[in-house]
Design a protein around this ligand. Sequence first.
Ligand code: S3P
Length: 177
Amino acid sequence: MLQPAENAGPARNIILAGFMGSGKTTIGRELARMLDRELVDTDREVARRHGMSIAAVFERYGEDRFREWEAEVALELAMLRNLVVATGGGTLMNDRVFKELNVYGFTAYLRCPFETLYARISQNGKHRPLIESCGKEGLRKLLAEREPRYRQAHLEVYANGFSPISIAKVIYHAFKS
Ligand code: S3P
């Protein structure tokens, strides 16, 4: 059964951070399998709790409300252990959320060049309302603004050009050592 985290022991959560398209969910799935853990995706959890897609949350309630709901989910996850958490690209920009997840868990930033990220997300942008509202140059700027935060993670992995399994293995070994 899941229990509140008390310290940064071996059961601490692994939190995957990075921009849209960096592979957090795909790599998280591999990692969860390797560790025999549950994968929780913050976007999926927000959508499940509120009974609507992320795009619908943005459309009906706006980004600020989405950020509130996202933070609520993330702060709850920070109190649990033994999870692999795939965050949304903006989840860790909330200072309190970052602090709680980073103190109690092991954070890993999946770094990718912007052009790779953009190519991936523009192919699959249905649940990513920011793609339309920001445009390519806006997204490039957003990544630059967010990078300093992502880089505060415990681990930074170059996640371009490697298979999800091999990236998951790098994170697995860093976590275990
Ligand atoms: C967002 C990223 C998305 C989702 C929402 C906002 C962001 O998640 O949370 O569309 O602010 O970068 P992914 O990073 O999983 O695409």
